[in-house]
Structures are given as C-alpha cells and as structure tokens.
Write a protein that binds this ligand. Structure first.
Ligand SMILES: Cc1cc2nc3c(=O)[nH]c(=O)nc-3n(C[C@H](O)[C@H](O)[C@H](O)COP(=O)(O)OP(=O)(O)OC[C@H]3O[C@@H](n4cnc5c(N)ncnc54)[C@H](O)[C@@H]3O)c2cc1C
Length: 388
C-alpha cells in the first residue's frame, strides 16, 4: 500500500470558498471531520461575480442563514416586471420576499462561521490537478485527502481533473454598483425584458445594501458571446430605462461580471470520492439564473453525505446522494420556450395577462407546477399594470 494512503492530510478538501463550498465545509467540520477549504482568492469576499440576491426559500430551508447579520441584508417584498415598451406589472406573493445582500461581507461572514466550526481555510491557494491513490487523492501541491468536493464555480477545474461533466450552456452577466444614488420604488426588484439588450434573460435594477445594483445578462455560448461588450450592453440598458429611472450620470463604484450555467446539472456530477456542488455541478435555475439557494442547500447536504461516508455510516455519496440534486424539469422547459419564442412584441401585449402572470409567479416566487392554478397566488390587488 502507498504510504500516502495511511496518513491523509485532510478527510475532505473543498475547492472554492463561496456559497456551495463553505456550506459543505461547515457541515463536514461540524461533524468533527478534518476539512480544508482551498480558495484561489486571498479574500473570499473579493472580486465577486454575483448580484447576491437570496430568495426566501433559502432563508426558510438553510439554517446556516439563521444568524445572518441584519446589517448585511435588505428585504425586497415585490417585483416590478417591465415589458420592452416599459409598461409594467407589480408582482407580489403573500409573505414572500427577496434579500438584497452586502454580498462580499455575507461571504466573509460565512467563511468566519465555517472556520469557527473547525475548518481550515487556505486562501490564495489554487487547485490545479489530482492523482488518485488507493483510497483517496493527492492534490497537486495541496497534500492528500480522503475526499474532494469541487465547489469551484462554472468552469470547474475539479470537474475537468476528475473526468466529470462540464457546463456547456451559459448566460453571461454584468452588473454595476452605484453608491450614493436613489431609485424610485426601492422596495421593488425591477426586472426588464428586452430581446435586444438581454436576449434569453433580463436586465435588472435594485436598491441593495448601501448601493444600487444594475445589471444585464444574456444568452452565451461556451464562452462569452463573440462581439458582446458588457459596457456597451450596460450603456444601452441605462439609456433605455432613463425614462423610468435615470442612472446614466452615475459612476459605477464596482463592476461584477461572470458566467451563469443554465443547462442543468452536469453529467456525471460525481465519481468515486469526488463530488461537485453549486455552479460547478450546474446547479443553477435555468430560468431565474439563481444559484445561491441551491449551492447552499445542496452544499450542506453534500457535506453531510460525505461526512456520513467518511465515518463509515453510508456508501460513497457518488452512488446515491447525487440523485437528490435538482432536475429543473419545468424550468428547463420554460428556458427552452423563452430561447425560442422570446419576442418583444409578445411581451408588450401579454405582460398583464393571466398566463403571463402565472409564468412570472413560477419564475419569481418559486411555485412549482406550470399549470397548477392554485400554485400561483398573485392577488388581484397585488397586480397593477402601468403604461409608462
Ligand atoms: C452577474 C451574476 C449575477 C448573479 N446573481 C445572482 C443572484 O442575485 N442570486 C442568485 O441566487 N444567484 C445569482 N447568480 C448565480 C450565483 O452567483 C451562483 O450560482 C453562486 O455564486 C454559486 O456559488 P458556488 O459556491 O457554486 O460558486 P462560485 O460563487 O462561483 O464560487 C466559486 C469559488 O471557487 C473559487 N475557485 C475557482 N477555481 C478555483 C481553483 N482552481 N482553486 C481554488 N479556488 C477556486 C472561486 O474563486 C470562487 O470563490 C449570479 C451570477 C452572475 C454571474
């Protein structure tokens, strides 16, 4: 037997100190296992690529968020959805809300929580490759481990090194953060449909925590769409919405940009002693492009499943656990339809109709079942149509 097989440096190495990786590591460390989180950035809250909106379902389902400091979040109870001609409907569901976040500090807070649970954070260290041992793995320059979790985002190096599936379909997003500006109706998440500016997705504006965030995302190929210039897309977007909120004169304090997987969970998503979570696994809603909830929820569950395996209580999670990963069936269907049939003309005319409101309810309020009438509860009083 290889000597490296008898004295592992870690029970589990998690690559990526973001939502998925920190949730997994927290579960493993809480179970008493020796876990190391490897993060290539020196500051896990630095250079983020996300708007950072956390949906209510995540708050309800992920106990890790119970202690999320109130100063890091702001409740947004409703959505204002704009058609390409800037007419809009207000959508709300009783008791539902979104949390805008001070995302860099939310990630730093999660990292601190994970460290206090007993995990070791290796910041400024990159995963570059692996070699298999009899009952574990040797990671290039990072030591040996009994298990490896890849939570390293949409272009996962862990997936490639372990021969797992890779994301192939993406949205590309860019967001500006403006300090010291106000927008009308700050208690709405303002979402704009426009096939020219945001084909395959939407553009958005929200009053976040201490800043206004405005962004555009669009369909992309395996890489950034050729010829797509994020700055030009933002200029076109800010020019378009000037009649309802004018942000053209404001200078962005920071820019966030990145790829969002939208093709569903990759295959295979796990192999012996290696498992993917979060964006690395393609665990992002193909319609809303929200991945924080799923990264946290399944990251925690993956950490618990790996902990059970490493303590001899369950089989390798690659054989059973990954069956619990989301299928996104209805949302993949909606994405398919949106990719093919998105026309500005249709949205201008259909925005206020019942089928459109039902679809919006599914997208924004996480109700299941496209055709279940009882599932989408948008009271008539909550829906107002305005022509701007
Ligand atoms: C513009 C934009 C806006 C978005 N807005 C929202 C939103 O409002 N709400 C929502 O729910 N979702 C949103 N998403 C999606 C969401 O950000 C992701 O689904 C979520 O961040 C996934 O978390 P994760 O932990 O899987 O991966 P990531 O957040 O991508 O983190 C991966 C981590 O791995 C590290 N890493 C990568 N490679 C290596 C390596 N080789 N070695 C060591 N470390 C490595 C990275 O530095 C990073 O810290 C948005 C995405 C984009 C691009």
């Amino acid at each position: 037997m290889d000597a490296r097989d008898s004295a592992f440096d870690a029970d589990c190495v998690v690559v990526g100190a973001s939502f998925g990786g920190l949730a997994s590591a927290h579960a493993l460390a809480s179970a008493g296992l020796k876990v190391t989180v490897v993060e290539k950035k020196g500051d896990p809250g630095g250079k983020l690529h996300t708007t950072g909106i956390i949906v209510k379902d995540a708050v309800d389902q992920v106990a890790l968020l119970d202690a999320l400091p109130a100063a890091l979040v702001r409740r947004i109870p409703a959505v204002r959805l704009y058609a390409p001609n800037l007419s809009h409907v207000d959508l709300a569901a009783p008791g539902y809300y979104f949390l805008a976040t001070d995302t860099p500090n939310v990630i730093r807070w999660l990292a601190g929580l994970t460290e206090r649970a007993g995990a070791t954070l290796r910041l400024g260290a990159s995963f570059t490759g692996l070699e298999r041992l009899r009952s574990g793995l040797e990671l290039d320059g990072l030591g040996t481990t009994r298990f490896l979790i890849g939570a390293d985002g949409p272009r996962s190096k862990v997936a490639r090194s372990a021969g797992l599936g890779s994301n192939e379909r993406f949205l590309a997003g860019v967001e500006y953060e403006f300090a010291g500006v106000d927008i009308p109706d700050p208690d709405r998440l303002h979402c704009f449909i426009d096939r020219r500016i945001a084909p395959g997705y939407i553009a958005w504006v929200l009053a976040g925590v201490g800043a206004v965030q405005a962004g555009v995302a669009r369909r992309a190929g395996r890489s950034e769409p050729s010829g797509w210039k994020p700055d030009e897309a933002m200029a076109a977007f800010l020019g378009k919405i000037a009649p309802v909120m004018d942000l053209r004169g404001a200078k962005p304090a920071s820019v966030r940009a990145g790829l969002i997987p939208c093709g569903g969970v990759v295959r295979p998503v796990a192999t012996s002693r290696v498992l993917l979570v979060g964006d690395a696994a393609g665990m992002v809603s193909p319609v809303t492009a929200g991945g924080i909830h799923t990264a946290l929820k399944h990251g925690l569950a993956a950490g618990n499943a790996v902990a059970d395996f490493l303590r001899g209580k369950a089989e390798d999670p690659s054989t059973w656990f990954v069956r619990s990963y989301p299928k996104f069936r209805a949302k993949r269907l909606l994405r398919w339809a949106f990719d093919r049939f998105q026309t500005d003309f249709a949205f201008n005319w259909l925005l206020a109709t019942r089928p459109m409101r039902r679809a919006a309810g599914i997208v924004y309020f996480h109700h299941k079942g496209v055709f279940d009438d009882g599932a989408v509860r948008l009271p008539a009083t909550a829906i107002r149509v305005r022509r701007s």
